[in-house]
Ligand binder design. Structure first.
Ligand SMILES: Cc1cc2nc3c(=O)[nH]c(=O)nc-3n(C[C@H](O)[C@H](O)[C@H](O)COP(=O)(O)OP(=O)(O)OC[C@H]3O[C@@H](n4cnc5c(N)ncnc54)[C@H](O)[C@@H]3O)c2cc1C
Length: 412
């Protein structure tokens, strides 16, 4: 920040989207002043690697991705531990929690998300309730793991999956509570979930579907268990909450920026409705050219690539963001990939095999593939990505898609 508290480029958020954008701006504008303001008291680290740290596959220091010397070298100012509390002057002025006002020529909002506070009855003050979003969450859990004997995990998505494997590797008895009727219900049909749930059971995980925590039981200030929505009492000395993600948008109220259903609305260049104000990463509800829809995407690669695209645009080299979203995870011996938009309101075709377990669900609109969920068939990903991007016509091919003996490459 210069002496008059004004910069050419101001970036809110020091995650992968914000940092990549700042570094990309610097590649294209050697002299403009750039500053990143980030609420967390750290330089960039990988949230993706937090589970690996907890699984003892990597050391804590391997989670961190930048040193201050990297920012000094690129002449990028980094204000860690500072929160932006308000934005004014049509995006040309931000107020920090310290009271400082910073003016800017161009503003990027790359503020990502955070977990919602845990509000279960009886939960207040109990230390043995864990989340997994920040390095602090991981640091709190790491030393506690060796002492946990019995865990309850809540959730039906990727964070719940990570918790399950972290606990499994430590031999901790685990019960999973999932509100949905079947696990991964927002991504796939029941047949796929049954395969996943079967795998959980083979790993000794007890599953209670259509269930949730109603209240938390404590004794002498320690967690003793939970009572479920259906009235079951479960003993637990660790409660792992993998639900409730919020986007960081509250501080943006009142300067005219358009919000969507989940994030900040943007066009395919990641420009908002306010001129000189841009958005990138988990918080962007953007026009997705690859899929022909407007939505948010919460994954690392998307945030990184949006940081690259928006950095170029902000530096004057207008760049449309085009990328087909995909997300992969290896968990309890299964390998999952989600490609495109697995929209459960669309008709789908399933190919599956029980032994060894393999599953592929194709989501189709008017014969075009819109998205897919792939389990234990990693080589399918590149084929399906090609089908989506090249808009291959799959009308009338449903029988071939469903037949696991037919090689995908031969279908269209
Ligand atoms: C445990 C975990 C595992 C994951 N695993 C995977 C995976 O395997 N694969 C994958 O693709 N994705 C994974 N993800 C998702 C991925 O990490 C995110 O999509 C990615 O980090 C988003 O980056 P971002 O820069 O948009 O936002 P964030 O990483 O959320 O960064 C935003 C930053 O902005 C700061 N900020 C917010 N508001 C303000 C404010 N008002 N003032 C100042 N600063 C502010 C925040 O503190 C934060 O530092 C995982 C996420 C988690 C939590």
């Amino acid at each position: 920040m210069n002496s008059s508290n004004g910069v050419d480029y101001l970036i809110i958020g020091g995650g992968i989207a914000g940092v990549t954008a700042a570094e990309t701006i610097r590649e294209h504008d050697k002299s403009g002043s750039i500053a990143i303001v980030s609420m967390e008291p750290h330089l960039l680290y990988s949230r993706v690697l937090l589970p690996s740290y907890l699984k003892q596959r990597i050391k804590r220091e391997q989670v961190f991705m930048r040193r201050i010397a990297d920012f000094d070298k690129s002449d990028i100012g980094f204000l860690a531990g500072e929160e932006v509390t308000a934005v004014g002057a049509r995006g040309h002025e931000v107020t920090l929690s310290s009271g400082t006002i910073v003016r800017c020529r161009k503003l990027l909002v790359a503020a990502g998300g955070r977990v919602a506070p845990v509000t279960y009855e009886g939960a207040r003050g109990l230390q043995e309730i864990y989340r997994l979003q920040t390095i602090e969450d991981a640091d709190r859990l790491y030393p506690a793991l060796p002492n946990i004997k019995e865990a309850v995990v809540v959730g039906g998505g990727f964070i719940a999956l990570e918790f399950l494997e972290i606990l499994q590797l430590r031999g901790i008895r685990t019960t999973l509570l999932c509100r949905d009727e079947h696990f991964g219900a927002r991504l796939m049909s029941k047949a796929g979930s049954q395969m996943i749930e079967g795998n959980f059971e083979e790993h000794g995980i007890r599953i209670l579907m259509g269930e949730d925590v109603a209240s938390v039981l404590g004794q002498d200030g320690y967690l003793r268990g939970v009572v479920t929505a259906r009235g079951k009492e479960l003993r637990a000395d660790g409660l792992f909450v993998g639900v409730g993600l919020l986007r960081n948008i509250e501080f943006l109220q009142g300067f005219g920026i358009s919000l969507g259903k989940k994030g900040i609305l943007a066009d395919a260049y990641l420009r908002t409705n306010v001129s000189d104000v841009f958005v990138a990463g988990d918080i962007a509800e953007f026009e997705d050219v690859a899929l022909g829809m407007t939505h948010t995407v919460g994954n690392w690669n998307n945030a990184f690539l949006q940081g690259k695209a928006v950095g170029r645009t902000m530096a004057g080299k207008d760049t449309q963001f085009i990328n087909l979203p995909s997300y992969s995870i290896s968990n309890l011996g299964f390998h999952w990939t989600v490609v495109g938009n697995p929209d459960l309101s669309l008709p789908s075709v399933i190919r599956e095999q029980r032994t060894p377990p393999q599953y592929l669900e194709f989501f189709l609109r008017d014969g075009l593939l819109m998205g897919a969920v792939i389990i234990n068939l990693p080589r399918a990903q590149s084929v399906l990505q090609r089908w989506i991007l090249e808009r291959r016509n799959l009308s009338g091919k449903e029988g071939l898609l469903a037949d696991i003996k037919v090689a995908l490459e031969t279908i269209v």
